[in-house]
Every structure is written in C-alpha cells, then in structure tokens.
Design a binder for this molecule. Structure first.
Ligand code: HDD
Length: 691
C-alpha cells in the first residue's frame, strides 16, 4: 500500500470505491456475541440480579447497553416519502447523450452503479404500499465524477409551482392533526380544500386520480425528473431537458378494488413484488430518456413555460430520446443501513447537468440537505456506506457528530502551505463542476410569471388523451375521494375546477356526488397525446408477472410443468395454489404448492389458470378469488376439466380473456402469455362493472 500523504484521507482512490472497504467493517466479526466494546458474553437472556428472585443490578453493563441501544434504534422517518423500498443496480449508457451533455456517466458504453428508492409520499413508514398516491422514484448514480441524484416521481407534474407552498400541501394531505386520520390517503377534506383553493394543483390531481396513482408494481411505473434541467456539452453549449424513465415492462396499474384489498391483505405488496422479482431473476428495467429542448432566453417551448413544474411537454412535440438502461437486480442487504439511511438531494449534480430557476426546484435545493441533518443526526451522513460517493472524496469538511473518518494532516483549509498545499482545486478540464454563467436580472418580488396562470389546459390535455376505461377510472376516483369529503363547500369548489377541465368529467363526478354540475370554459384547442394513455398497443414482456395455477391431488402435473417452463422462460413466476400446502405428487411428477386457498388472494396474480384434473374442486375462498380476478379483468384460463371449476364459481367462460384448451399446448400458452402481456382484458370491463 502506498504511504499516505499528509492532508489526504486514507482512502480512497477513484479505482477503489470506498463502500467496499467500509462494507468489510460489517459489525459482525468473530463468531462470539460481544458487547459493543467487544467483550464476549456468556448469557444474553438473564439480567444480573441479587438472587434469582431479586432486583436487577445497576452494574449489569450488558443489560444497560442492550436496552439503551434498543431505545434509540429508530431515527425520525422522512417527513414525506417515509414509506419506501429500494434496490441496487447498474445504469448502462448506450445513446447519444454526448451531443448534449459532458456528464461522464451518460457517455456511450459507460456503466455506473446505482441505488434506487421507490416510495409513497403521504403515508408513514408502516403504511400500505398500494394507497392512491404519487410514487417517488429516486435514483442515486455513483458516478466517477461524484454522486448524481435524480429525485423524481412517477408523475411528470407537481401539485404546486413554488416550493414555498410545499409545507402547506403536505400539511393538507397528511392526516388531520387532531386525531391523525386518515392515514396515507388524499380522500379527506383538508387535501381537497387545498387543491380546490390552489387550482394550479388540478393537472397533478388528474394524474393522481388516474390509474397512475395505483401502480401495479414499481417495475411498471414511468419515472420523471419533473423539472427542466440544463445540460452542458463538452464545448460549453447548453440545452434544456426533461428526464424520463420508461419501464421495459410497460406502464400498468392496479384497479381500485385490488389496491384496497392489497392494503389489508398484503400492505407490502409493492416491496414484496420488487424483492421477489429480483430474487426470481427478473430484474426491474427502465430506459432513460431525454426530451431535449433549445435553451432559449425565455425558457419556453411551443408556448409551454419550461420553469412551470405543473406542465409537461407532450412527447409528440419533443421526442423522448433513449440514452441508457437502468437495471435493478440486487436487493438491499440491510433495510435500515441502506434504504432508510440513503439520503437523496436534488443538489447532488455532476458536471454537464445543471438546475434551472424553476421555483419548485430552487426550494428543493435547500430542503434535502437540511432535512438529512435532522433525520440522520448531523452533517456526516455522506460517510454512511450507502451515501458515500464512489469517486474520490477530499472535502476539507471536518469533525461533527458521528465522524467516522480519521483525517490526516494539520491544515484542512485552502490555500495552505502546511500540508503540501493539498488538496488543490481542479480546473474544468480536470473535471471541476463549473457553473454556466447564466444571466440573472429582475426586481426582487414575491410573484409568479403570468405564464404560470394557466392551470387547466394541460389537465384537459391529460383527460382527452385517456382511453374510455381510463376516463371511467378517473371519474370513479374523483367521486370516491370527494365523496369522502364532509364539506359540501369543498366538493362544490372542486367541481368548479373540474368544469374548467371537461364538462363530461365534471357532470359524471357531480352526478355521483348528487350535486349540480357547474358550467365551465375548458380549453378547446387541445391535441391529445397518445403517450399519456397507458393502454399498451400490443402485448409487452411478462417478466416478473405472477401466474397462479389452481391444482389439487389428481391434477395434471405434467401440464403444470409445461406451463411453468414456458412462463419461467419469459421471466414470469408460476405459483401453484392448492387446498393445502406441501407438494402435489402424481406418478413421477411433482409440483410444490406456494399458496393455499387460505393464504392466497387474487391480488397477487396477474392471471389465474385452473389445471386439468381438478373438476369438482370447490372452496368458497377459491370462488371469491376467481370472481375477483374476473372482476378485475385479469386473464383467466383452464385446461381439460378445469373449466368446470370456473363454471362452478360462476365465471362466464365465454367472456373475453377466458382462455380454454383441452391440454397445455403451444397455442394455449401463447394466448395466455400474450393476454398477460396486455395486462388486463379491458374488453370485459363493461360486463363486470357494478357486478
Ligand atoms: Fe421531495 C423527499 C421527490 C418536491 C422536500 N422528494 C423526496 C423523495 C422523493 C421526492 C422521491 C424521497 C427520496 C427518498 O427516497 O429518500 N419532491 C420530489 C419531487 C418533487 C418534490 C419529484 C417535485 C417535483 N420535495 C419537494 C419540495 C420540497 C421537497 C418542493 C421542499 C421544498 N422531499 C423533500 C424533503 C424530503 C423529500 C423534505 C423528505 C425526506 C428527504 O427529503 O430526504 O427534503
């Protein structure tokens, strides 16, 4: 090992990422249980007492240390995005981003390690995954040039235009402060009071009330950087850009009843899906896309203000150019150390990527660093393995709570003539982050530009871009949420906003609430954007999807084996459901039972298939499962006499998306796989509505 230079930290070099070194210090060395001081312990089940029935003794250092540490095991949960789950992975750049940015990790062929945390916004840490809410999509790129964090959401627009209102919108959405009800929900008075009084939130709630508010899985969500960023190329040229994540698995959602059932039956629905999928060898995959826009003086594009975070640029106006692929293929080793302690910050930027004057972004640049000081207990949280850059760090920052580094040298200041004048500042050519000299001018005012006043036209654009069934879902969601408001004044005010979006939408919601629909003047010259609808044009991949096969003793196990091989070859997971656990055996074949009728619920399956050889199988829980799957427009199948089980459960075997065959052969498997690739059989929707 080369001798350490004075003024330099012991580690790391650019080629020797520090987390590996830190990880070796796992806190679990040696086989014996010890105190925190390393003293071996003979017993950890009995406190030291004056006789077996006597009082515990103050001198029991092990008891005191064990309880004290336990008393302090929790840190404050995040004030927003408290509920989350994360995974490690890799980002591989393959596109032409070099024409617009010098950011090293976006150069073709470059591979960068990442850690991604998905979250809900409003619920507390123990709340359910499937509530209607925005999902956080925060990506930490450990690049050679320092950490870059893209702290985005699964919706491209935000509730508010200026970050100074963030505490207000969150206070309105969180449970009421008197009795702390409702948890992780926007279906209550204060949220809709805020939204109806801040019409700039209208576009955002159109997204939140759509199927985007209840994703099927983290793997089936889009992600968005929301704000406009400024990219800088190697020659100093700039462009404005919106970041997009496009899921390889397509964009799919739950239906509302499923989301509600899951919140009770499996509150960990999304985190389990991600962890199980990764474990089963089906990584989560997304393409990174850039919408590149000219860096004009007015920062407008086709009349859309690029500094307004309640606006999108329709993909038809500016193509999303794919520049790389994100693959999440490793579950965390320890939830607390990694997922809970990871600290994202919109100000973690690398050369080639800059922020703009979007007033929402500007407030965020303050908030993230600030919140970590409370949440992670001091300024040294960047030394935690999960936050530690893989690039060499030599920051002259010293001391503070929880300092884990032993810094060398005497002169943590610059310039110095004591520690060999080290470290030195870098030039731009040496990779320094040099801010572009962007012109700033204007009077000090608390005001928005006039272009921020258009609160409805893009809400109308979103509405008009949805398919029929997606519109039905939006109407149902608004009617449900406003139906949970006790104040008629708030309901009426919100109907006033919806009237500005679309008359049909407003009338349908008003009808459900039993209120008159007000008149409005919605924008007329709106061209729908196909990219806003999430109905796939054709079957997509099924990796990570779950096919349930109902079987019992006597079932065609060879057929199950065939189907298993087909779906597993496509990265999907096959789970056998049977009346009782264990292993089904017949002849030389056997199939492990993953779920019993007691432990299974329809929500976890993307398709349910009844195996041949099961006729006569009857269980009320199976009937409920099949009826739910049918009502939720999932693919249902059966081979051989398995069809009888469907009929007995009251399933219309002639309905769309019910796939029947005599045996498991190619046409049957192909039809099933293609139907799962479409996610739902919406052709069935009208038949099952209100059934
Ligand atoms: Fe934020 C967390 C995304 C606006 C203040 N935010 C947080 C997380 C995500 C977002 C994904 C969770 C990160 C994680 O997994 O640890 N936030 C957004 C997006 C916004 C946004 C996409 C708008 C475009 N946020 C926003 C504003 C403010 C904050 C306007 C304050 C002015 N956000 C925070 C925070 C959090 C946070 C209080 C809580 C925990 C944390 O930062 O680390 O600083």
């Amino acid at each position: 090992m080369p001798p350490k230079r004075r003024g330099q930290q012991a580690e790391p070099t650019a080629t020797e990422p520090r987390p590996a070194a830190v990880r070796e210090n796992s806190g679990q060395r040696g086989k014996f249980l010890t105190t925190a001081q390393g003293v071996r312990l003979p017993d950890t089940d009995h406190s030291l007492k004056a006789g077996p029935r006597g009082p515990s003794l103050m001198e029991d250092f092990h008891l005191r240390e064990k309880i004290t540490h336990f008393d302090h095991e929790r840190i404050p949960e995040r004030v927003v995005h408290a509920r989350g789950a994360a995974a490690h992975g890799t980002f591989r750049a393959y596109g032409n981003a070099s024409s617009v940015t010098k950011a090293g990790f976006l150069q073709k062929g470059r591979e960068t390690q990442v850690f991604v945390r998905f979250s809900t916004v409003l619920g507390s840490r123990g709340s359910a995954d499937t509530v209607r809410d925005v999902r956080g999509f925060a990506v930490k790129f450990y690049t050679d040039e320092g950490n870059f964090d893209l702290v985005g959401n699964n919706m491209p627009v935000f509730f508010i235009q200026d970050g100074i209102k963030f505490p207000d919108v969150i206070h309105a959405g969180k449970p009421h402060p008197d009795v702390e009800i409702p948890q992780a929900q926007t279906a209550h008075d204060t949220f809709w009071d805020f939204v109806s009084l801040h019409t700039e939130a209208t576009h955002h709630v159109m997204w939140a009330m759509s199927d985007r508010g209840i994703p099927r899985s983290y793997r089936t969500m889009e992600g968005f950087g929301v704000h406009t960023f400024r990219l800088v190329d190697a020659e100093g040229g700039t462009s404005l850009v919106k970041f997009h994540w496009k899921p390889v698995a397509g964009v799919h959602s739950l239906v509302w009843e499923e989301a509600q059932i899951a919140a009770g039956a499996d509150p960990d629905f999304h985190r389990r899906d991600m962890a199980d999928g990764i474990e089963a060898g089906a990584p989560l995959e997304y393409e990174l896309g850039l919408q590149v826009l000219p860096d004009s003086d007015d920062e407008m594009f086709e009349g859309i203000d690029l500094l307004d975070p309640t606006k999108i640029i329709p993909e038809e106006l500016a193509e999303v150019q794919l520049v790389g692929k994100l693959t999440l293929d490793r579950n965390p080793t320890n939830y607390f150390a990694e997922t809970e302690q990871v600290a994202f910050h919109t100000g973690n930027l690398v050369p080639g990527i800059e922020v703009t004057d979007d007033p929402l972004m500007q407030a965020r640049l303050f908030s993230y660093l600030d919140t970590q000081l409370t949440r992670l207990g001091g300024p040294n949280f960047t030394q935690l393995p999960i936050n530690c850059p893989h690039a060499a760090v030599n920051d002259n920052l010293r001391d503070g709570m929880h300092q884990t580094l032993v810094h060398h040298g005497k002169a943590p200041y610059l310039p110095n003539s004591v520690d060999d004048a080290l470290p030195t500042t870098a030039t731009e050519a040496e990779g320094a982050y040099v801010h572009r000299p962007v012109e700033v001018a204007g009077p000090k005012v608390r005001a928005n530009p006039a272009s921020f006043d258009d609160h409805f036209s893009q809400a109308t654009l979103f509405w008009k871009s949805l398919s029929g069934i997606e519109k039905v879902h939006v109407i149902e969601a608004f009617t449900f949420e406003l139906g949970k408001c006790f104040s008629q004044t708030i309901q009426e005010r919100m109907l006033g906003s919806l009237a500005q979006v679309d008359a049909e939408l407003c009338a349908a919601v008003a009808d459900g609430l039993g209120l008159p629909a007000p008149d409005g003047t919605p924008a007329e010259d709106v061209t729908p954007s196909a990219a806003l609808s999430q109905i796939p044009p054709g079957p997509g991949p099924i990796a990570g999807r779950i096919i349930g096969v109902v079987a019992a003793s006597g079932a065609d196990l060879a057929g199950i084996g065939k189907l298993r091989r087909t779906v597993e070859a496509k990265g999907a997971i096959l789970r056998v459901l049977a009346p009782v656990g264990g292993t089904l055996k017949r002849g030389r074949g056997q199939q492990p039972v993953s779920r019993t009728f007691l432990t299974a619920r329809s929500i976890e399956f993307d398709a349910v298939v009844i195996a041949g050889g099961t006729a006569g199988l009857h269980d009320i829980k199976l009937t409920v499962l099949l009826q739910e799957a049918f009502r939720h427009c999932k693919v249902i199948g059966a081979w051989g006499d398995g069809a009888q089980v469907l009929t007995d459960a009251g399933i219309d075997t002639g309905a769309p998306g019910v796939v029947l065959a005599d045996e498991v052969a190619k046409p049957f498997s192909t039809e099933l796989v293609d139907a799962v690739g479409m996610h739902r059989v919406w052709e069935r929707a009208e038949r099952v509505m209100n059934s």
